[in-house]
Design a protein around this ligand. Structure first.
Ligand code: CP3
Length: 352
């Protein structure tokens, strides 16, 4: 029976629900003391995300602390890269580093198609354990990076401010970049199918840096590969809702809705009501709350959540931040966010 399914899954499928479900991007991580303590004992990011006991424990930390409606696998968008033959590390205060950035066609041709059950069995194990632990109290979320954003890391070799290396490739050797993007699209679709088969009930695709593209270039280098991933996954797993997130997406919202995803995740540079008015009625919305609000007062947090929920009324809505929760956020304010989300009906009643 549909009633026994968890709230976030029902909302993401477009069913009418008692209130919008709530979770947070990056809800497991450095703002939590329990995470920082575990990180002191296990300083390598690769170990924390690839040892199934640690990844499971970290995924559960925010669930135990705040009971959000979604529990997201603790991992990274770069985690599938070694399985394709690209090594990486995440260096404290520097971010991701790719030892041998991809700049030549022979490197693209040498990439392996991803076989997740061989190269990353830990992900399947963790997703299965999460499902068993949370039952119907929460929805288990899987995620991937979209081809453009993965390519940005592997071509640049690290986080970038202006994306000069990948844009040089896009505008000098577009065929080379298209081959890389195509490889990622196929492997990422395989990876999403594996996550769903292992227990993920809703999945999110992060194309975090697609907002760095002009709309005309978004149509060339980002959208077709987002679409390819969505089509491949929907062909075999039509029941699993897909969320698409882009940072700096206000210029491409309409385009995001055309990729075939179920939910568009907004950052905070667009008003929720205006964002909704630009999307077809059947498309759900997520996010939109400035992560910086969690440095404010409980009243400021509650009043923004009420405003956001009101503006999204009438379509599927998942309450979330407009990007990941920031390191340094007081844990008590994260709690205010989750509790306000779960008590939204009472809060709205008391203010109207
Ligand atoms: O949401 C969750 O709680 C799941 C965990 C998660 C992580 N990364 C853990 C992580 C998710 C969903 C991601 C996705 C991710 N990784 C994205 C897309 C989301 C976004 O923020 O746009 C991107 C672009 C990456 C690449 C990446 N990994 C970056 C830019 C960084 C931050 C570098 C830094 O030090 O600030 C990482 C490292 C990373 N991934 C951390 C965490 C908790 C921080 C490092 C640590 O805790 O040791």
């Amino acid at each position: 029976m549909s009633d026994s399914l968890p709230l976030l899954l029902r909302a993401a499928r477009g069913e009418s629900v008692e209130r919008p479900p709530v979770w947070m991007m990056r809800q497991a991580g450095r703002y939590m003391k329990i995470y920082r303590d575990l990180r002191d004992r296990h300083p390598g990011f690769r170990e924390r995300s690839e040892n199934p006991d640690l990844s499971y424990e970290i995924s559960m930390q925010p669930f135990k602390a705040f009971q959000p409606d979604g529990v997201i696998l603790f991992s990274d968008i770069l985690t599938p890269l070694p399985g394709m033959g690209i090594d990486f590390d995440i260096v404290e205060s520097k971010g991701p580093l790719i030892q041998s950035p991809i700049r030549q066609i022979k490197q693209v041709k040498a990439l392996n198609p991803l076989e997740p059950n061989h190269s990353m069995p830990f992900v399947g194990e963790v997703l299965g354990r999460l499902r068993e632990s949370v039952g119907n109290q929460a929805t288990v979320l899987g995620f991937v990076g979209a081809p453009w954003t993965l390519a940005a890391y592997v071509v640049e070799g690290k986080s970038s401010k202006n994306y000069a290396v990948i844009k040089a490739m896009a505008f000098q050797e577009p065929e080379l970049l298209h081959q890389l993007l195509n490889h990622f699209a196929e492997s990422i679709a395989t990876y999403l199918r594996y996550q769903i088969d292992s227990g993920a009930q809703v999945v999110q695709m992060f194309d975090s840096w697609a907002g760095q593209l002009s709309p005309v270039d978004y149509d060339t280098f980002a959208a077709p590969y987002q679409k390819k991933v969505v089509e491949l996954v929907k062909a075999t797993h039509p029941e699993t809702p897909i969320i698409l997130y882009i940072s700096g997406s206000a210029g491409v919202l309409e385009r995001m809705a055309k990729t075939g995803v179920d939910i568009v995740s907004l950052d905070w540079t667009v008003d929720m009501a205006e964002g909704c008015s630009r999307l077809p009625k059947n498309i759900g919305v997520q996010g939109n709350v400035d992560p910086g609000l969690l440095f404010g007062t409980p009243e400021a947090i509650r009043s923004r959540i009420i405003d956001t929920v009101r503006k999204a009324q009438g379509r599927p809505h998942v309450l979330n931040l407009g990007h990941g929760i920031l390191p340094g956020t007081p844990e008590d304010n994260a709690r205010v966010f989750f509790e306000a989300g779960k008590n939204i009906n009472e809060l709205i009643k008391s203010t109207s």
